[in-house]
Design a protein around this ligand. Structure first.
Ligand code: NDP
Length: 249
């Protein structure tokens, strides 16, 4: 593929991400607390998460290893960070959640698979078939790694706090507190955005920033929906809590 077609596709996919951002304020994706019937057949949450996220390491591996471009050390690191994150999200996270008996629409599962297919194409094609990351400055390296691992730690810790609100067998919801939950309702989403910003700095290419656009498009409206849901559901919910960016939004 000529590079200009790749970059045109990046631009179109970024535009779709921006439209999705606004759409998701009108229609919250129906999984988790927002799950709903009327979206076709349902499957178990745990299996849904495994299918949604567990295919990503395979998709990225295909493009990365099949692509003939010579790979730099940085390319291997970037590949490992991306695949490693999705091994966690697809094969470990679903078994940490207390989600027995809960379901999500199959249509949501497959729209997430499509989302991951697109992202892994843009990233994997860049690493496997284009120039990849050839050089990186000291400060890009330091900042990229700090943001990536701080972001990972923030969403990992936040997810653990949320998951542990339930005793084994419980499926209801409680008001979370502690860590960043005293300031925002979705620190897991906040951490995810920080992590992928670090990743984009490490990659230093359009595909990384494209993924940041899509992460924001998915998670900022969802965090807003979560906050409205908490306020509706718990009359004693702390009114000064923001949704995703501490002190801001
Ligand atoms: P949520 O914060 O909605 O839920 C995380 C887990 O905690 C779920 O198991 C949920 O149960 C449980 N939980 C949440 N709030 C409560 C509560 N108040 N009381 C009891 N249990 C609670 O996150 P998501 O499920 O939307 O996402 C999970 C992870 O995936 C996050 O870290 C997120 O950042 C990441 N993600 C990344 C995306 C991206 O575009 N990069 C897109 C979507 C998610 P239940 O499922 O029953 O609600």
């Amino acid at each position: 593929m000529e590079p200009q077609w790749y970059y045109i596709a990046v631009g179109i996919w970024a535009l779709v991400g921006i439209i999705t951002f606004f759409y998701l304020y009108k229609q919250t994706a129906p999984y988790g607390r927002h799950t709903a019937t009327g979206w076709g057949p349902m499957i178990s949450n745990r299996l849904g998460w495994m299918i949604m996220e567990g295919l990503s390491p395979l998709f990225i591996s295909f493009w990365f290893w099949y692509g003939p471009s010579p790979k730099s050390d940085m390319d291997y690191i970037i590949y490992a960070l991306y695949a490693g994150h999705y091994v966690y999200r697809g094969y470990i996270f679903p078994f940490l959640t207390r989600t027995s008996g809960k379901k999500m629409p199959v249509s949501i599962t497959f729209s997430a698979v499509f989302f991951n297919l697109m992202n892994t194409f843009f990233l994997g094609y860049y690493l496997g078939f284009m120039e990849g990351r050839e050089t990186i400055t000291y400060w890009e390296l330091v900042l990229g790694f700090i943001l990536f691992f701080c972001g990972f730690a923030i969403h990992f810790i936040s997810d653990r706090i949320l998951i542990n609100l339930r005793k084994p067998g419980e499926t209801g919801y409680k008001i979370p507190s502690g860590f960043l939950f005293n300031f925002i309702t979705s620190p897991n989403y906040f951490g995810e955005i920080i992590q992928w910003t670090g990743f984009a700095i490490l990659l230093g290419a359009a595909a990384g920033w494209l993924f940041v656009v899509w992460t924001i498009a998915n998670l900022v409206p969802r965090a807003w929906s979560h906050l409205q849901w908490y306020k509706r559901t718990f009359p004693d919910f702390p009114q000064n809590r923001k949704s995703i960016f501490p002190g801001i939004y």
